[in-house]
Design a protein around this ligand. Sequence first.
Ligand SMILES: [Fe+2]
Length: 454
Amino acid sequence: MLLLAVVARAAEPEFTSFVALGAKGVPLVRVITRAATCPAIVVDGQSKPMTLRAPAETVPLRSTLSTPDKSKPSVFDVTTCEATLPIGTARASVLGRSLPVPKQRIDRIVVIGDTGCRLKGKDIQACNDPAAYPFAKTALQAAAWKPDLVLHVGDYHYRENACPASTPGCEGSPWGYGWDAWSADFFGPGAPLLKVAPMVMVRGNHENCFRAGQGWMRFMDPNPYGKDRDCNDPARDRAGDDSPVFAVPLGGGAQIAIMDLAFADEARPMDPKDPAAAPILAAYRAIDRLSRQASFTFLATHKPILGFSATEKKGERYLRPGNATMQSVFASLDPNILPSKIDVVLSGHYHVWEQVSFASNHPSQFVAGFSGTQEDIVPMPETLPADAFPAPGAKPRHFSSWVDGFGYMTMERRDTSHWDVKVWALDGRVVNTCKIAGRQSVCEKPQVRSEALR
Ligand SMILES: [Fe+2]
């Protein structure tokens, strides 16, 4: 009997499947398989073939953030298949596995971000130690909350360089930008979340073309795959790093607008007349237009526009403001930086959890980059100094943070513009709760102290 069971299991094709929501909430089904051809998809009882998005191939080495001696060609020994589901689809399955079709009204959202295991230069995380790299646990716990939607705010892939010889904790980890590293960093540990709910996937700077962009395009990008969107040729990186803004309706007058701009530099303002500012100006205009279509709009973008990060230099602690490039270019169109119909900005990139609301005319900002990647550990103050502004003119009203604790955030709808936020630690505890009311938000605790939780 045991032998039969093993044989039966081995005969099943190994594959990854997920549903990502694209423009207007259209469900995009993706299947990643070791088979050379695409399977059929069964949609409300009707079987139809899936379309080949990208064949298995090895992409020759291109220039990347890493030097050539720390790089290798990207081996994609898997086939990526795609299909679009009609809105309102009740049931869909691939190879007998049912797919999480979106509900018409999305009330329960999990937010995670920055989930890969860092292997880059001297920054080495113990990928094999679930306490040091807990994304698998994050995914299991967050899936058990039974979300209607999972929002990943970017930075999926971190295994860029080989685990150095004789470094404990990451031995044997795959690395580079091919499928094996993608599978270890995201699709393997994230599988429980991919199974339970459709995803909204935001691109992080780790998925820019000169990092893990090839995999992002092949597996996750919501746009058609092609020469300008495969990140294989560095000459086309500018096109590849520019993604159209889109919005996903949540039902009941709420929506999420998704903005890439992961290439925007943190610290350097940009002249809006610089040709490189064109996609940023276009993104502002797009979020302005899209935000007018709904009563309540979350803006999901990887790099915080109105958040703080903490840094330490020579024993002194500093708070750094939000993304300088986006702020400077957006401010050329709008002194308030963001359109008045954007209510809450959801980001990652800083490896902490954070909330900021404003006395000035700005949306709340949440940061949820705390779901697996090595954390930022410079403490944030319980109370912001009076001169702390994350952007020119943005005067904080409430500020809350949790530094050096892994977890995920949930948002549950009360009505269109009121959402209850919970911040979860991986032992199942809720460590903070916040209320979103339109553009305002406030949390029960101004600071969660990790040492108090241990
Ligand atoms: Fe990032």
